[in-house]
Design a binder for this molecule. Structure first.
Ligand code: M6R
Length: 369
């Protein structure tokens, strides 16, 4: 039930912190990741695989992309993400040392189910990450790791996205441990920080008032662009998808490095652009690059809406709006940065008087191919 919230989507965004906390619960034991659900794959499985392909659609594909950056970095195994409907019909090379991970909130998405069935028929092992107990995809897969976001009713996925990233990160740290590619010290550092994320997400929810004003002010906007690099790139894609889905506004996410290869031609005076800025503290490569991207678009008149770490002085002179998030590990930044984008979409849709829970032409669960 909606309780006191105006919509399920508003309620579900407010449940972002619990979605992370509940997906972590019981899975960090004595400084290690405990995922007994994976025993079904056999003891040496994660040492033997030579490739992971994550299949998913929509928001689940974006959470998968965030998770893939982390998994490949930590576990030193190639991880790629593919839209399930593309994967299914391109005759991919598969074998028993390929792990197919499917990502699905509902566990009933037909495109994803067909990709899983196809992979199994070609001899690959399948692992489902799913938010719905006993759904078709986890039932048919070799193993399952449940996300515990709780039921998600609004068509636009929000809290499940955070839970999906959480589950993939747990899987990544688990796999890195089994494969011996992460030191104990690094693992403990990551897991300690991971447990602070629900509280940090809660802090970010406090930006609602400001975003409410911003969205009211932008109610007539025709187009919004989103830029990010590395794990910020899928966050840009997700921010754009949320806005398209519920506010019916043209929105596009780009890898910031692509700007000069085309999209910068779209920038004209007044064009709003969200930029997901990585923390300057950890990073001497991505941060200066994104700051120069900001300068490039600002010079062409873009209205820069920066999501950055609190106190990021390099961004301040060039941003029209700064939405500050608490400091964290670079890989956890997406879990914070996505929240203002979810709020922006719902606030803008609400300012336009739209039904945010039931956007036109969309269904919560897409059970046809
Ligand atoms: O249930 P699933 O996670 O498999 O659904 C996948 C997509 O259909 C879903 O994420 C869709 O993109 C949402 N409407 C996004 O908000």
């Amino acid at each position: 039930e909606k309780g006191g919230w105006p919509s399920f989507m508003a309620k579900e965004i407010d449940e972002d912190p619990e979605a992370v906390a509940n997906t972590l619960r019981g899975r960090i034991v004595e400084g290690r990741v405990a995922l007994p659900d994976l025993d079904a794959l056999g003891d040496d499985f994660f040492n033997d695989i030579h490739r992971i392909i994550i299949v998913a659609c929509g928001t689940a594909a974006y959470s998968a992309q965030v998770g893939a950056y982390a998994m490949e970095k930590w576990a030193r195994v190639p991880v790629q993400v593919e839209l399930a409907h593309e994967f299914r019909y391109r005759d991919p090379v598969l074998d028993s040392r390929t792990l197919i991970v499917s990502m699905s909130q509902s566990g009933e998405t037909m495109d994803t189910l067909m990709a899983v069935r196809y992979a199994m028929s070609r001899g690959a092992k399948t692992l489902s990450i799913c938010n719905t107990q006993g759904a078709t995809i986890p039932r048919e897969s070799d193993a399952v790791v449940y996300t515990h976001a709780g039921p998600e009713v609004a068509v636009a996925s929000t809290k499940a996205f955070l839970a999906q990233i959480t589950a993939l990160y747990l899987l990544g740290i688990y796999t890195a441990t089994v494969r011996g590619t992460m030191t104990d010290e690094r693992r403990e550092e990551l897991l300690t920080e991971f447990q602070t994320i629900p509280e940090k997400v809660r802090t970010v929810l406090g930006v609602r008032e400001r975003i409410h004003e911003l969205a009211n002010w932008m109610a007539d906007t025709r187009s919004v662009l989103y830029l990010g690099r590395n794990v910020g790139y899928p966050i840009a894609l997700e921010g754009a998808l949320k806005l398209k889905e519920i506010a019916y506004i043209h929105a596009e996410g780009f890898a910031a490095g692509e700007l000069k290869h085309g999209p910068i031609a779209l920038i004209e005076p007044g064009q709003p652009v969200f930029v997901i800025v990585p923390s300057p503290r950890h990073d001497d490569t991505l941060h200066p690059k994104i700051v120069s991207n900001i300068q490039e678009i600002r010079a062409r008149g873009a209205r820069v809406l920066a999501i950055c770490e609190v106190g990021d002085a390099a961004v301040l002179p060039y941003a029209d709006e700064v939405i500050a998030v608490p400091p964290t590990e670079p890989f956890f930044e997406p879990l914070l940065a996505v929240v203002p984008l979810q709020i922006f979409a719902i606030e803008l849709a609400t300012a336009k008087g739209l039904d945010v829970d039931q956007p036109r032409n969309l269904a919560k669960s897409v059970t046809v191919e």
